[in-house]
Design a protein around this ligand. Structure first.
Ligand code: HMG
Ligand code: MG
Length: 302
């Protein structure tokens, strides 16, 4: 395989994972999860979202979470912000990186943001401009790149158009999200070829959900095309309340196991990560959705 020598993992468990939990996770547990993750060698831990609290009640304590964490030097803690109100709240909490999130499909944009794609871009425009003026790094998500829970197929041209539009707004990096985890490796490589023809590949990331068990192979397929940034979540937590049927993200343990075994550096201590996932699984009261974490924990028990 043609893989990069090293990659950056964006850990999204505390945000994508916990936004989808059926029950309320106490703020102290979220803080403990983030602090443990940040001490495993991960360079980026997406911490929470400053979205409307009625839309995502699970993350209504975003400010309290950020106030509670004990930041590790050199680790980035981005947060999601959909609009200026979200940015104001994030700035009050002293963040240094935000992410806006749009979609390649109109139907998903309407359900997730209550906006058409064009309206969402107009909502993001002042957010990105003000964030850049304040010296923040800005990530942009493009969701539903491999399929939409409401509209079905999503034309590649629509993904390319949204990626370019988000870069033109001033986003530093674009994460291409297979929100419902329906993509396959050939589809991902075709998609990346089309997107990378219009956007610098070093500014692209992939964000694969694992609904059909394709998260790992899809991420590796993207790495083969020159992408070097991937999102994943400890213990395979994740999903989107506005994407019915979407399972968790690719598990970070599965990704790290595959990469280290293939000679790709991540900077992550896999054992420390598994400790963190086991700690969180005990808090959530269910085993992790990660084959690698499961296997490592079983081996420890023997
Ligand atoms: P809206 O109802 O159209 O909001 O929702 P609005 O702009 O009409 O404002 C209505 C009221 O909400 C106002 O208050 C605002 O101040 C308030 P009022 O004047 O009536 O008193 N408000 C807020 N309050 C707190 N924080 C805010 C905020 N914004 C407005 N940020 C909105 C529009 C975008 C706010 C809403 O649709 C929303 O919050 N959506 C977020 C949905 C979400 O978080 N989805 C999950 C994340 S995306 C995802 O998971 C995919 C991803 O993982 C990638 C992948 O997998 O593909 C990233
Ligand atoms: Mg997601």
């Amino acid at each position: 395989m043609q893989l990069p020598e090293q990659v950056t993992i964006v850990e999204v468990g505390p945000r994508d994972g916990l936004q989808n939990e059926p029950g309320t996770v106490p703020t102290a547990v979220k803080v403990g999860f983030i602090d443990r993750l940040a001490r495993t060698g991960l360079q980026v831990v997406e911490a929470t979202s400053f979205v409307h609290p009625t839309w995502v009640p699970q993350l209504a304590d975003a400010a309290e979470v950020l106030a509670g964490i004990d930041p590790v030097e050199g680790v980035r803690y981005p947060v999601l912000v959909p609009n200026e109100r979200g940015l104001d709240r994030a700035l009050e909490s002293g963040v240094d990186e935000v992410a806006v999130f749009g979609a390649a499909s109109e139907a998903f944009s309407a359900k997730n943001l209550n906006r058409t794609i064009d309206e969402s871009l107009e909502m993001f425009r002042p957010v990105v401009a003000r964030a850049k003026d304040a010296g923040l790094r800005v990530r942009g998500y493009v969701s539903t790149v491999c399929g939409c829970p409401y509209q079905g197929d999503v034309p590649v041209a629509d993904v390319v158009r949204m990626t370019v539009a988000m870069l033109e707004l001033g986003c530093d990096e674009i994460s291409l999200g297979d929100t419902i985890g329906v993509g396959t490796p050939g589809q991902v490589q075709d998609l990346l070829a089309a997107v990378a023809a219009e956007a610098p590949v070093e500014r692209l990331a992939v964000h694969m959900h694992d609904t059909y068990g394709q998260g790992l192979v899809n991420t590796l397929a993207a790495f083969e095309t020159g992408v070097t940034i991937a999102d994943s979540s400890a213990g395979g937590l994740g999903g989107c309340p506005y994407a019915p049927g979407a399972k968790g993200n690719l598990a970070t343990e599965d990704l790290v196991y595959a990469l280290h075994g293939s000679g790709v550096a991540t900077g992550v201590d896999l054992d420390a990560l598994v400790d963190t996932t086991a700690w969180m699984a005990a808090k959530l009261g269910r085993p992790p959705a990660s084959r690698a974490a499961e296997a490592i924990l079983a081996k420890r028990d023997r």
